[in-house]
Structure formats: C-alpha cells, structure tokens
Design a protein around this ligand. Structure first.
Ligand SMILES: Nc1ncnc2c1ncn2[C@@H]1O[C@H](COP(=O)(O)OP(=O)(O)O)[C@@H](O)[C@H]1O
Ligand SMILES: [Mg+2]
Length: 226
C-alpha cells in the first residue's frame, strides 16, 4: 500500500541505513515489504546477498525507465513499498517522489546537511506542482546521540520548525548495530549480541521509528480518505 521514498541529494545522509532498518523492522512484524534499491551502488541488494532470512523482498535492478511500473506492481501486492534513492537529483528520484505517499528525508544535524535537506524539500515541492497533489514529507534526523540533544541539533531543529518543515519525533541514533547489519548481511533480530555493541538500544530505536511511521501513514491515509 503506502509507497515511502527515502530521498536526499546528499550522499551519506543515512538513506540506505534508514531504508534497511525500517524495511527489516516492518518485515519482522509480519508486514509484507518490498524495498526498491535505486542507489547505483546497490547497497541493499548487496546486503540481501548476505543470506538474511528476512521476508522483506529486495529489488535491485530497477532503473529510470522501470521505476514507475515497479512501484505500481509492488504497491498492489505489498503492505509497504520502500524506495532507497540515489544521492543526486535525477529523473529517477523525481519519478519515485511523484509516486510516493510519503517522502522521508534523512539528514544529519549539521548546518551543511540542513542546506542539502532544504534542497530535498525543494525537490518534493517541485513534484507536488507536477502531479497537482500534496506529497507528504518528513525530515528524519540520523546519527544523533541518544543522550541529550546538542546545541547544534536544537538550533537546526528550531530552524526547520520555523521554516515549516515537518520533522519526525524519533531520530535514527548513531548505533554500531546499524553498520553491523551491512557488515554481516543480517537484520537487527539476526545479529549476534555478543558481537555487536548496543544491540537492544538499536532495536528499541528501530521499533520506535517504525511505530511512528506506521502511525503517520495511517493518519495520512485517514486524511486522504476524508
Ligand atoms: N544511524 C546510524 N548509525 C551508525 N552509522 C550510520 C547511521 N546512519 C548512517 N550510518 C553510516 O553512515 C554512512 C552513510 O550512510 P548511508 O545510509 O549509506 O547514507 P546514504 O544512503 O544517504 O548515502 C554509512 O557508513 C553508514 O553505515
Ligand atoms: Mg544510499
């Protein structure tokens, strides 16, 4: 059903990590999930070759010409379609955004990253004009500390709020476990706690993020139906 694109023209913003954490967590709760890996480096398709037994389906061969039909086919069959996008503004990114029910914009809490996230918001707004409907989007802070927010972080959150840019309450905190998912080709549930620091906290964070997304998607659905 809902198509959630993960977009930010800045590389290293946390798009692929967010997509993998969110997709595998939803799938661990028995949701049917397809993740379209549209990053030319195919990080998620590479992850999927690591042998995880997740029920999440990964499509790693989707290009610019096939993206719309791939999204439509998966949307008809699955509860969640996630699209991990490349770190540039491209026609493929535009097409995915146009087809989305929600766009997540992961960003790190730095001034440089905030400027790039503003570009990502601009891309969503351009596509809104093209399709003539609102395309809901949310900024997701990534790699923040789970401890007290830094002054930097607070300033950036305030700036976004003043600019009317909606931000998710949950952050994807900096956790070694999220890197380990890629290292071992496993989900958070599959990772060995004796090899990975802070795994319970990473799982709790992933659950909270998924919970917030599920709630947001159902609110957006109700609004769309009204
Ligand atoms: N929450 C996080 N905790 C720890 N490392 C992270 C986190 N988010 C991203 N990273 C690391 O930052 C780098 C860039 O993240 P990635 O998800 O590949 O970004 P993007 O897809 O936007 O280019 C990777 O090395 C990844 O492991
Ligand atoms: Mg990526």
């Amino acid at each position: 059903m809902p198509v959630i694109s993960i977009a930010n023209p800045k590389g290293g913003a946390g798009k692929s990590t967010t997509a993998l954490v969110l997709g595998t967590t939803l799938a661990a709760h028995d949701a049917t999930v397809t993740l379209l890996d549209c990053d030319p480096n195919r990080p998620i398709a590479g992850w999927a070759r690591g042998g995880s037994s997740t029920a999440m389906k990964v499509l790693g061969d989707v290009g610019e010409s096939g993206i719309v039909s791939a999204i439509d086919a998966e949307r008809a069959a699955r509860q969640f379609v996630l699209v991990d996008l490349e770190g540039t503004a491209s026609r493929m990114v535009s097409r995915a955004i146009m087809r989305s029910d929600l766009v997540l914009i992961p960003m790190q809490a730095s001034a440089v990253d905030a400027a790039q996230a503003a570009r990502a918001v601009g891309l969503v707004q351009e596509e809104e004009q093209v399709v003539g409907r609102a395309i809901p989007f949310r900024v997701l802070f990534t790699r923040t500390s789970s401890a007290i927010p830094t002054r930097n972080e607070k300033m950036i959150i305030d700036e976004l709020r003043e600019a009317g840019i909606p931000v998710l309450t949950t952050h994807l905190n900096e956790r070694a476990a999220y890197k380990s998912m890629f290292t071992y080709g496993q989900t958070l549930v599959e990772l060995d706690p004796s090899l990975v620091n802070g795994l319970p906290a990473a799982k709790e964070n992933a659950e909270r993020l998924s919970g917030e997304i599920i709630e947001l998607v159902s609110t957006l659905n109700r609004k769309a139906a009204a």
